[in-house]
Structure formats: C-alpha cells, structure tokens
Design a protein around this ligand. Structure first.
Ligand SMILES: Nc1nc2c(c(=O)[nH]1)N[C@H]1C(S)=C(S)[C@@H](COP(=O)(O)O)O[C@H]1N2
Ligand SMILES: [Mo]
Length: 265
C-alpha cells in the first residue's frame, strides 16, 4: 500500500487515489473501512481488537470533519486537579525518569526556565527553538476546560498559552504534514494528528489558574489537547516533531503500553 505515498498531495487508499483534502474532510474514512489498514496510519500490532482504534479515528473524522469547540466553563467551576504520571522529570526516582534529559530539566528548573527552549522540527519550513518569551509573543488563548483522565477522574482548570496552530504556522508547517509527536523531559512520548493539532483549543499552556504552570502540572509548557483524553496533554515539553507519516514512539509511547493512540472524546 505504499503506492502514491510520494505523490505529494495524494493518498493511496487501495484502488483509488484521492486528494489529501478528501481525507481531511473525512470522505476517505470510508475507504479506510474497506481496507484493513492504510500505510502511514497508527499501527495495530496485529491485534484484531486494536483495529477498532483506527476505525474509531476514521469514523470520528468522518462524522466530525470540522470539529466544533469543546465546552468551556466559568471561573466558579474550577476544581482541584490531581497531578498524575510524572510530577517532576528532574527526580531520578520517578518511574518515567529519562536519563538523557532529566538532569537538563533539573538545571533548567533551577534557573527558572530562563534557558528553556522548545524545539520545533520535521515537516516545517523553518525549524526552530522557541523560548518562553518567544511563545508569549505569539497569540494567546485562555480557556477553562475539563480534563478527563483515562483512569476515570476529571477536573476543571483554566489554561493560558499559545495556540499550537499559531506556533505551527510561525514555523511554516508544510501542507503535507499529517501527525506530530511531543517529546517531553520524562520518558513518555505521544502524538496527535494534524486535525487535533490545528484545533483552536489545542494550546501550549504556560499558565494555569492565573499563575505560571506549576512543575507538577508540566512546567514550563505543556500541551492541552481538549478533544482527547488526558494522556494526550503532554507535560514538560522539550521538542515537537511534525511528520508526514505516523511515527511510532516505540516503548516510550502509550500504544505499546496498551492505550489506544486515538483517544478522542
Ligand atoms: N510528560 C508527561 N505528560 C503527561 C503525563 C506524564 O506522565 N508525562 N501524564 C498524562 C496523563 S495520563 C494525564 S491524566 C495528565 C495529567 O496532568 P496533570 O498532572 O496536570 O493532572 O498528563 C498527561 N501528560
Ligand atoms: Mo491520565
């Protein structure tokens, strides 16, 4: 099924080749239902059950081709929110401590993140490194939203940050881009597709409930992907890589620990 992959703006879906626009619009999701998989899609690791994940992805993209905004709340609705998963990537005792980046995190944190920079790489015309000040110079959005963790709890908080779309446009995201992966300072990696990446409520948050984002919640900058379950909102961002095909983050990723790659809510 690799036929057509290198024809810039077309996707091969078995017997037919459709313009990429049709996939984004959801029409091609029907093609996806007729075949067992499509090159460049998230893998299923040969499990019949896991094939349902990709059907869910395609079906949601078909039914919600231009997804509206998720609900936003009032200040009075803000609740207490757990800090879960990694709560300090600089602490070698945490389960997901990353020996390659944990000490960097501890050093950056000690310096108030003045030297922190977010790398933006891959399918962008202008790869770059963005400081907190650079991100704050881009458009800003504040939203009060509900965080829903896959483990069964939810909480409401206010998040302030840069729309991911603004950053991607600043970096010159290529029209051929389809996915991106977030690489944080701990050893957990995950990604989203370009529809979620460009969604207006997908932001890179540096503020929470009117203050700087606390370390336990992902300082200095975390993703807020409001259209997906909690684990897609990666904390402690270090690097974003935009890709034209799906890149499996391997053992560090959520799929190989059993969670579905697509976690739309
Ligand atoms: N880098 C990183 N991001 C992460 C996690 C993590 O362990 N490491 N946990 C995820 C999960 S499962 C949830 S529910 C939320 C928790 O965010 P919170 O600690 O601000 O509540 O962060 C997500 N982002
Ligand atoms: Mo979670």
């Amino acid at each position: 099924m690799s036929r057509g992959r290198d024809m810039d703006d077309n996707l091969s879906l078995g017997p037919v080749t459709l313009p990429r626009r049709a996939l984004i619009g959801g029409i091609a999701a029907m093609g996806g239902l007729m075949v067992s998989g499509c090159s460049g899609d998230p893998p299923t690791y040969g499990s019949l059950l896991r094939m349902g994940d990709n059907l869910t992805w395609r079906a949601q993209r078909l039914l919600l081709p231009r997804r509206g905004l998720v609900r936003e709340y009032e200040h009075a609705d803000i609740s207490s929110i757990l800090a879960i998963g990694t709560t300090d990537p600089g602490n070698a005792k945490e389960p997901a401590f990353d020996p390659d980046h944990g000490e960097d995190y501890a050093r950056l944190r000690a310096g108030g993140f003045a030297d922190w920079k977010l790398l933006v790489e891959g399918a962008v015309a202008r790869p770059g490194a963005y400081s907190l000040a650079d991100l704050k110079a881009l458009p800003q959005r504040t939203q009060i939203t509900k965080h829903t963790c896959e483990e069964g709890w939810s909480a409401i908080a206010e998040w302030t940050g840069t729309p991911l779309r603004a950053l991607l446009e600043h970096a010159g995201v290529k029209p051929s881009a389809r996915f991106l992966n977030f690489y944080p300072y701990d050893g957990v990696v995950d990604g989203i597709d370009m529809i979620d990446a460009l969604h207006p409520q997908t932001i890179l948050a540096y503020g929470m409930n009117g203050r700087d984002l606390p370390v336990a919640h992902g300082a200095p900058v975390r993703a807020r992907v409001e259209t997906q379950l909690g684990y897609k909102s990666m904390k402690y961002l270090r690097r974003i890589v935009v890709t034209e095909t799906f890149v499996d983050p391997g053992k560090a990723g959520m799929i190989q620990s059993g969670w579905s790659w697509y976690a739309g809510i």
